[in-house]
Design a protein around this ligand. Structure first.
Ligand code: CA
Ligand code: CA
Ligand code: CA
Ligand code: CA
Length: 235
């Protein structure tokens, strides 16, 4: 979870039980589906849970599973996990076994029955990796942030910080070598549309996580042509 969303959560739900529960939603939202499900088992559980107030309701359609999780105990689900079911090798007794593959997770962070975070996954059962996340940061039903991943690593973030339905900030990440020689994923470039006209006007370049250079577009051709070194000014 990134800073802005944490901040929003903190301001909107600070020290309330909803805030605590919201954090719980995000915790529950973590992790992939590794378990194997025998045919019929999940459906039975779903039928039982509909009468015993189990916080996790499972619906098995035969080709897909939907888990609905009530995090704050109001009998309304707040986390939805969508799985597809794929056939696996039969077990020792020859019983047909299916594997759950996590496809998508939807989270209602503020318990208004409207989804605020959608996470998309790809990969085989137990090896699902995040491909994309969408956040509604101000809870108005419109997506304000998209995070794109490659092989599970964050590559690009698109933000609508003006909340006008138009992306105004693009952030690009790359694996870089840390001072200790470790591979870490860091921000390398941020492009911003600072006057909300839909055209990028500031390019920021980062080296080792620090702002290094600023670029501006003086001839309006959509690419930066004037550059200012930021780190030199500091020294
Ligand atoms: Ca709930
Ligand atoms: Ca919501
Ligand atoms: Ca929004
Ligand atoms: Ca602009």
């Amino acid at each position: 979870m990134h800073k802005i969303y944490r901040k929003l959560l903190a301001t909107k739900t600070h020290l309330t039980s909803a805030g605590v529960a919201a954090m719980a939603v995000l915790m529950v939202g973590c992790g992939g589906g590794k378990e194997q499900t025998k045919v019929g088992q999940a459906a039975d559980e779903g039928a039982r849970s509909s009468v015993n107030n189990d916080p996790i309701q499972t619906e098995n359609t035969g080709s897909a599973i939907i888990e609905r999780i009530d995090v704050n105990g109001d009998q309304k689900p707040d986390v939805f996990k969508h799985y597809s079911l794929v056939d696996d090798a039969p077990d020792a007794k020859g019983v047909k076994v299916q594997k759950k593959v996590l496809i998508r997770k939807e989270i209602d962070v503020n318990f208004d029955q409207r989804i605020d975070i959608v996470e998309y996954y790809k990969g085989a059962s137990g090896k699902e990796i995040r491909e994309r996340e969408e956040f509604d940061l101000d809870f108005d039903g419109r997506v304000d942030e998209v995070r794109k991943y490659e092989d599970g690593t964050l590559k690009e973030v698109q933000l609508d910080l003006g909340f006008d339905g138009r992306v105004d900030t693009w952030m690009f990440y790359q694996m870089t070598q840390s001072e200790e020689g470790k591979q870490i994923n860091r921000l390398v470039e941020r492009r911003r549309d600072t006057n909300a006209d839909g055209v990028i006007d500031v390019w920021e370049y980062y080296v080792k996580g620090q702002l290094h250079k600023l670029g501006t577009d003086s001839n309006a051709d959509g690419t930066p042509d004037q550059f200012t070194r930021v780190d030199e000014k500091k020294r």
